[in-house]
Design a protein around this ligand. Structure first.
Ligand code: C2O
Length: 497
């Protein structure tokens, strides 16, 4: 039965792999040995055909919105498959618990491997679910928390329920984490790292695990991604902390639909922006991190995850020609930067503030970013703020960052509010994992003349842990208010070609 489903639904990745084997070119799981599609710059918007190389064209499955009629049908298949997978022994690599274990063992957070790793993880999982549901048409639905901020109803029943959640039926994720304005802002970011988290460098890896290095969490990961995890699972010490707040989060069946939406937003961003050109990132192979429906170990190179149609799927919200139709913006140069080391601690209701003076060079280069005349033949420019070096807390609260004025404005719709992040995972032992204590923001709008920014004075950067009344879970009695001390605050002017 497994074999039958696999042959019915051979994904494009599998087709490509088989072609490589036939040509004697590819060894399973050999880094660099597998065939690599030629669409490195993302120029492949061909709608998924195989370019006349004679291989059969596998169909592209469409991942639906969970709240659509198609989504409702997929949720029925999903509920059945989850039950089957939960019934398998833990030693079976396609069991529910073994699938979650993969996340505990390998998942990258706080670096640029975050998006491609979770895309591949979902893709193999989807294959396993398709097999367990015994339905070759299964495609993973996504939870669009922007338009539907409460958990889809199906997740409160049967195999899709999780007893450890703090969120309650009907309770909504806050608009400051997932609302349309936040998502629109994230879709406007032109710098790949500010969008999708920072490349791993020798400096931030520090000789440790490449995939687990905490190098810088971008907006998509730091804001909607992390905040949905902690909003669903619970965000406070003491334990218990819900599954969704920990690296065991895939035990909660909503995890997969949450990540499906994160993945969809990456594909959506790619309609206009190319992925970064960093070679160390593109060439990295997730070596035997995954398993397929037959329980076999699987590896995939970062660059081979870029076009979802190569992996056999697309999203209902994205035209068939996408994603990765964008071809510009992938190569980033730092034109100028200024930085300071933070000294004081921030606590709920008591911000840490630092001020930086822009150099002449910075001010000159700011032109073309924030409303001044763009220099001739320059690429697109942006301004990136890095707030970094927080010790990963055992408890987490959302933290807002403001840039520009000396005083924090009372209203977060003010352009000086550049975003609200939270840490993931939280809870006991979470700081042993490189979850990433550094966060990136696009601050071009905060520094534009419309926002009242005065280039002759210093730029103030404020880090404000939010009051717990804003959170989706009330603080337990006697919980201490954690301290956050950034060790680095850096502003860079970037050019993207
Ligand atoms: Cu690797 Cu959203 O978790």
């Amino acid at each position: 039965m497994k074999k039958l489903n696999m042959s019915l639904k051979m994904s494009r990745r599998e087709a490509v792999k088989m072609m490589g084997l036939a040509a004697g070119a590819g060894l399973l799981g050999c880094p660099g040995g597998g065939p690599s599609p030629p669409d490195n710059g993302g120029s492949n918007g061909d709608g998924g055909d195989n370019g006349g190389n004679g291989a059969p064209t596998p169909s592209i499955l469409v991942r639906p919105n969970a709240t659509s009629p198609d989504g409702a049908h997929m949720l029925e298949l999903y509920a059945r498959a989850v039950e089957v997978m939960k019934g398998r022994p833990d030693t079976d690599p396609t069991s529910w618990r073994a699938q979650a274990r993969i996340h505990l063992d390998w998942c990258p957070h706080g670096n640029a491997y975050f998006l491609p790793w979770h895309r591949a993880y979902l893709n193999y999982f989807e294959e396993i679910v398709r097999d367990a549901a015994e339905d070759p048409s299964f495609a993973l639905p996504y939870w669009d928390w922007t338009t539907h901020p409460s958990l889809p109803d199906a997740f409160w029943q049967g195999s899709l329920n999780d007893e450890t959640r703090r969120i309650t039926p009907g309770q909504e994720i806050l608009p400051g984490f997932v609302g349309p304005d936040v998502i629109a802002e994230i879709m406007e970011i032109s710098d790949f790292e500010t969008f999708g988290s920072a490349y791993v460098t020798d400096e931030c890896a520090g000789g440790g695990d490449e995939q687990r290095a905490g190098c810088g969490t971008g907006r998509l990961e730091g804001t909607p991604h992390n905040n949905v995890h902690t909003s669903v699972g619970g965000r406070r010490q003491p334990p218990p902390v819900g599954n969704m707040s920990t690296f065991w989060s895939p035990l909660d069946p909503i995890f997969w639909l949450h990540h499906c939406n994160v993945d969809r937003l990456w594909a959506t961003w790619n309609l206009r922006h190319a992925n970064g050109s960093n070679r160390r990132w593109r060439d990295w192979v997730f070596q035997n991190n995954f398993v397929d429906a037959a329980g076999q170990s699987q590896s995939i190179q970062v660059e081979d995850t870029f076009n979802t149609q190569d992996l056999g799927y697309r999203y209902d919200s994205i035209p068939a020609a996408g994603p990765e139709t964008a071809v510009t913006g992938g190569t980033t140069t730092v034109l100028a930067h200024v930085e300071t080391t933070g000294t004081s601690a921030a606590r709920a209701g008591s911000p840490m503030s630092a001020s930086l003076n822009l150099t002449e060079e910075m001010l000159t280069n700011l032109q073309g970013v924030t409303g001044g005349a763009a220099p001739e033949s320059a690429g697109e420019r942006s301004v990136r703020l890095t707030v970094g070096g927080f010790h990963h807390p055992a408890a987490a609260v959302p933290i807002s960052v403001f840039v520009g004025p000396e005083e924090i404005p009372g209203d977060k719709s003010n352009p000086s509010h550049v975003g609200t992040f939270s840490f993931f995972p939280i809870g006991e032992g979470s700081h042993d994992h490189g979850g990433g204590g550094t966060f990136l923001f696009d601050i071009g709008e905060a520094l534009s003349p419309d926002s009242g920014f005065d280039p002759s004075g210093p730029i103030h950067v404020h880090v404000l842990p939010e009051s717990l009344e804003d959170s989706t879970a009330a603080a337990p009695e006697g919980a201490e208010s954690p301290e956050f001390t950034p060790s680095l605050i850096r502003i860079e002017i970037l050019e993207h070609v």
